[in-house]
Design a protein around this ligand. Sequence first.
Ligand SMILES: NC(=O)c1ccc[n+]([C@@H]2O[C@H](COP(=O)([O-])OP(=O)(O)OC[C@H]3O[C@@H](n4cnc5c(N)ncnc54)[C@H](OP(=O)(O)O)[C@@H]3O)[C@@H](O)[C@H]2O)c1
Length: 357
Amino acid sequence: MTHSKILVTGAAGYVGGSVLSYLKTLESSSIDAGSVIGAVRSEEQVDALTAARFNVQQVNLSDEQAVAELVLRNEIDVVVHCASGLDRDLVVNLIHALGKRREASGKATYFIHTSGGSAFSEVGGWSNGPTSDTDQIFDLEKALADSMPLRKVDVAVTEEAKSAGVTSYIVVPPMVYGRGLGLWNKLSVCMPLTVRASLSRRAVYTFPQDSVMPAVHVSDLMALYARLLEKIVQNDAPAGGENGYYFAVAHKIHWWPTLDRMAAALHSRGLVQQRSTQMWPNDEEAAEAYGLPGLFVQMIFNSRTEIRSGKAGALGWEPTWTQEDQFLQIIDDEVRDVLELDTGKGSVLNNVNKQLK
Ligand SMILES: NC(=O)c1ccc[n+]([C@@H]2O[C@H](COP(=O)([O-])OP(=O)(O)OC[C@H]3O[C@@H](n4cnc5c(N)ncnc54)[C@H](OP(=O)(O)O)[C@@H]3O)[C@@H](O)[C@H]2O)c1
């Protein structure tokens, strides 16, 4: 299957934009960069990405007919879905379109979904403790699907794909850091959120618990998508469906030392009053400063998520950012990027507010 056409959704976003750029720069890969199309939402994004010689098309992924037309017209065999892990309708539209494409072409089709590490956070109702992608994740998620939209969508991916005859995979990025490789949104989620909350209060606040998060540098996450895509185009696709989970975890980080460095970076620029962190007076004030539902704030910043990657190595994935210290060394750069590039408009936040409120 050497001429697979690949559609990357959310191609103006942090993750999807990075996938699009990364695939274009891959050397000696079996992926044909000319066969990669990005799906973006606005005309402005089409113009900007087209000017930079990316092949992009405008589509509202909520529009079932528009999605089917896009997939069939462009003969798409593989979708890398990076627009939203929280919106079931988008997933269903894309998978049904791939099902139609499979029927029309007689070729196998593949759906690579992007979920998130929060699906496995104890505050978000994950009661199974430390988890590896070698565990029976589908069954475990299904049993707890109703208490968390991310899990519900993951389960829908596997079930819808199975009934449409599409092979599905679920990539689970934990906290992603590093400047995005794409042209539009270059910022991830956790750092901008916390810098914004700190600027509004002129202080950096911590929670009572030192959150321990799994993490991955954006370049390593991109390498995982690429390894999976290479296997697919080489006709060596790994098992998908219920066995198609890949946790993209390269190391863990602790949030308290992260905030200490963030406080130092903001204080040296005169943006917070104290060089040290303070404790949030209560959860309500924290949620208000973050501008997000309390559950989401607690899930990310005051929780433990213990997941590890047990399968990606078999795809040839070898992350290079594997130490917490490598992350801590670049906190000043992360803060600088947020101060330079933040527009305050990540669609992930809109989706979270819509789905969790
Ligand atoms: N960044 C992280 O640390 C992280 C970690 C774990 C999981 N994830 C998951 O990865 C996915 C992407 O995250 P991200 O950080 O890349 O978010 P992002 O920067 O906000 O990108 C999402 C992109 O998808 C587009 N989009 C959303 N809904 C759409 C629709 N109905 N039709 C067409 N386009 C649509 C958005 O368009 P607009 O530009 O018009 O808004 C945006 O460009 C999310 O599911 C997120 O939960 C991210």
